[in-house]
Design a protein around this ligand. Sequence first.
Ligand code: NAP
Length: 468
Amino acid sequence: MAIATVNPMDGTTLKTFDALTAEELDNRLARAAAAFRSYRLTSYDERADWMRAAADVLEGDADDLARLMTTEMGKTVKAAKAEVLKCAAACRHYADHAATMLADTEVEPAAVKATRAYVRWQPMGVVLAVMPWNFPMWQAMRFAAPALMAGNVGLLKHASNVPQTALYMEELFRRAGFPADVFQTLLIGSGDVEKVLRDDRVAAATLTGSGPAGQSVAAIAGDALKPTVLELGGSDPFVVMPSADLEKAAQVAATARCQNNGQSCIAAKRFIVHADVAERFQSLFASALAALTLGDPTDDATDVGPLATEQGRVDVEELVEDAVGKGATVVVGGTRPDGPGWYYPPTLLTGITPEMRMYREEVFGPVAQLHVVEDIDAALELANDSDFGLGSNAWTSDPDEQERFARDLEAGMVFINGMTASYPELPFGGIKTSGYGRELADLGMKEFCNAKTVWVGESAAGDISSSE
Ligand code: NAP
């Protein structure tokens, strides 16, 4: 895939970039390793000052950066600006809390025959982040802010269609005052990821993206014995029970499916509705989807812009055509508009069966599928009949049902009476083929820390224990 900015509004190639040569790549790896040797010794206070400066830079650049993101991948400018501000908030969050999150974890010394015993959370070294285009700043920042606060050094291999946003990330940390080479962007294709991952100077990796990309990186990292975090695809269920606030659920359902032009791993994709309220919910949901404005993402009145790539739209169309060919009914949308740009309308399908591809595959565009079930057992069975296990949503005001969904939905995240979202305060990640490990919160930061056990005995002659 060429490393280039191609405008999804009209398909014009605006800027192309050469990939790093082997020599340039080696030079950057050497600089990253050198940077780690001194950066790991900086204090949390120093890192926090730089991280807060990064937040200031982001806020100052928010309007220009948002327009750049829209030009590279088509999200609406208002969504892009909100994403930039969210990144700034995450920088401040980790600046404020990293020292506490990574404070030594003390262990009762008598239990381990020590005078003091604790776990020290130390940075691992140079961490490679392979990132997707769909939240081009947020995906990269939710890796970078905790990793840098922990004392790691970051290498970003961003998606090939967002090179300018990727280069901005490197510039951001430089302008914020971080020491040279603490965060570098590598303009390389996916074929060069293996070389970086196997390099002795790289300690660990994180990948957010598709299943096949995750499998490839996990296999190489496994062979090289390097830890990884994988955030992969999802096909989140959105269950609506009779006690739900149907108007609110339908409005949120439309947003949850069509946010980011339908290209979000945690978008609700499978709507599973109790038969008692199915007709009413379908009508409200269809109206909410039909009311969304499809069009120019630079216009503040637009809700849904173009898909990021031409192939992305072809993939969505093929999944819809497959379902319709096998008997699904189109309630809303379902046909691409004429004219330039990779637009696809908010779409609602009913009559989905297991023979249809979208029953199992992720639809990375604004296409919702609605299923009707008779009771909570059937809702859970259908919700869990998925290879994915990222986020999940359940709408009910019954406390027993809320507990049942929290307990039995097979997912990394359960949001009740709301849509799945990411917050710096909450762990984010999935199970099954949605990946492993967690981002955000303290757990996300500790994924790239060495949990070093430190045991201190008597300085003078005392009890010397020997056991494993
Ligand atoms: P993708 O094709 O897997 O690309 C993601 C990143 O991986 C890009 O930087 C890409 O580089 C690189 N890549 C692709 N194949 C690779 C390989 N074999 N080895 C190493 N690197 C490889 O995914 P996408 O289409 O951009 O993103 C959409 C997918 O990401 C969806 O499935 C979505 O659900 C998932 N996603 C998950 C989360 C989460 O947190 N769980 C968040 C956002 C998106 P190139 O661009 O150079 O190919």
